[in-house]
Write a protein that binds this ligand. Structure first.
Ligand code: UDP
Length: 459
């Protein structure tokens, strides 16, 4: 078990500013963290870019807004002239292909300056509860840099799994050992001339190393035993997950799209353990051909399913085009929504398995609810998460592409069948769920770590 070593309990009431990277998979877990802190008596303000805040507010019900225990504030990201560079499927291509002034400048210059201004505005001399600490997203290291510059306490959050952070923190050693060069290319000793990591990920990993150069607490949405070897490699890590939902509040606040809760009553009418839940997070996109194969594979499987089809999930098209008469054929056993209350769906007894892109939040939500996975990673750490799910924890199966890089309808049908008939995997998944529950219950590792965090923040 780790404990917080920096600082101590403060006498003054502490006021924390939480600042996520402006993307769905970051805002949602950090908001859950903020709710948990507020629930434990910490005063929390949550800073989003104006664009993100507008989306969140539009997706929240009036009741959610009234109940919200944290104060929402926003700052400009300066991307008014190139809004397409904001979050969404375009984000990744724009970072790599343009590398131009838009998003990169926003992240390096505009956002830090505007968050600094925001803190100055809040911390007017007559404010009796000024911000004393910034909990910043480590993928947006500038949040912590701003806090350091302003003399505020800093706590980092790593919104992905510990393995990806352990890897990022090993990059300087890999360079020193000559495995990769200073540009992230594999040296002649390993695989000559090949980028070890995508350039953007390499630069980004080096930036993380700068931030954690000084001792800092790094919160991680995991529990220690789930990946103890990676946790052990990260100085200052404080595993506090899987963060529990605050029972009387909507745990799903922070969604950029409004959640279609009608699927919950649809699930109520289905037998236990009978529905496949399919959702690929906020950024994965499919070609029309791949989308068709997925639809037809679900149909061929013969199972009931709940499928999240986000707007823009098919590349180059603002509409989804389903195979001919598909919707009529599956109407009696399939439901399609634009965005689901995912955590409530995964907790529903009718769900039998989770067909997922293996984003870290989805991975932890599946683990917390004891559901086995069908893995279809799309980019970045999702491939490593798939390995953990399939090879280390043995709670899922991966899908294989054909020679054209397509996952065929037959592969989908076969793997669904193999997974739902695999009792061993179901048992492993239930075991992980029990371990996760233990960790966040009184006396468990994540529970104790969260308590020490609250103490550190001065409640
Ligand atoms: N999510 C949701 N409804 C959906 C699909 C996803 O609320 O229909 C949430 C999900 O619960 C998770 C987040 O969106 O918390 C997605 O994060 P993840 O890390 O899994 O993937 P990313 O979007 O970052 O690729």
């Amino acid at each position: 078990k780790k404990s917080v070593s920096q600082g101590g309990v403060m006498d003054l009431p502490q006021h924390v500013l939480v600042v996520p990277s402006p993307a769905q998979g970051h805002v949602k877990p950090l908001m859950k963290l903020a709710y948990n802190l507020a629930y434990h008596g910490i005063k929390v303000t949550f800073a989003n870019s104006q664009f993100v805040e507008a989306n969140i507010l539009a997706a929240m019900s009036e009741a959610d807004k009234e109940q919200c225990p944290i104060r929402l504030v926003s700052y400009s990201d300066g991307l008014e002239a190139c809004p397409e560079e904001r979050n969404g499927p375009g984000l990744i291509t724009s970072l790599e292909e343009r590398n131009g002034p838009g998003l990169i400048t926003s992240l390096k210059e505009v956002m830090p300056k505007n968050v600094e201004k925001l803190i100055e505005q809040i911390n007017q001399p007559d404010n009796k509860e000024p911000i004393t600490c910034v909990i910043g997203d480590l993928t947006a290291g500038w949040t912590l840099e701003v806090a350091r510059k302003m003399g505020l306490k800093q706590v980092a959050v790593w919104p992905a799994g510990p393995a990806s952070l352990a890897l990022a923190l090993r990059i300087p050693q890999l360079i020193e050992a000559g495995v990769i060069d200073e540009n992230g290319m594999c040296s002649t000793k390993s695989i000559p001339g090949k980028p070890a990591l995508q350039k953007i990920l390499f630069d980004f990993s080096l930036a993380i190393n700068q931030v954690v150069k000084n001792p800092i607490i790094v919160l991680c949405n995991t529990y220690y035993e789930l990946d103890s070897s990676s946790c052990a490699m990260i100085p200052g890590i404080l595993p506090i997950g899987p963060l529990p939902a605050i029972s009387n509040l909507n745990p799903c606040s922070g969604s950029f799209l409004s959640q279609d809760s009608t699927c919950l009553s649809w699930l109520d009418k289905r037998p236990p353990n009978s529905v496949i839940y399919i959702a690929f997070g906020s950024t994965a996109v499919f070609s029309q051909k791949q989308f068709d194969e997925l639809a037809l594979g679900l149909e061929l499987s013969g199972h009931s399913f709940l499928w999240v089809v986000r707007p823009n999930i098919v590349s180059g098209s603002s509409h989804e085009y389903y195979p001919d008469n598909f919707l009529e054929r599956i109407a009696s056993r399939g439901m399609i929504v634009k965005w689901a209350p995912q955590e409530k769906v995964l907790a529903h007894p009718s769900i039998s398995c989770f067909f997922s892109h293996c984003g870290w939040n989805s991975t932890m939500e599946g683990v917390s609810n004891g559901v086995p996975f069908l893995c279809w990673p799309y980019l970045w750490d999702q491939f490593d998460n798939k390995k953990y799910i399939c090879e280390m924890w043995k709670v899922g199966l991966a899908l294989d592409c054909d020679e054209d890089g397509i996952i065929s309808r037959h592969e989908i049908k076969t793997k669904i069948h193999n997974l739902v008939t695999n009792d061993g995997m179901k048992m492993n998944a239930k075991k992980l769920m029990e371990d996760a529950k233990k960790s966040v219950s009184q006396g468990g590792g994540s529970y104790e770590n969260f308590k020490s965090l609250v103490k550190y923040l001065g409640a």
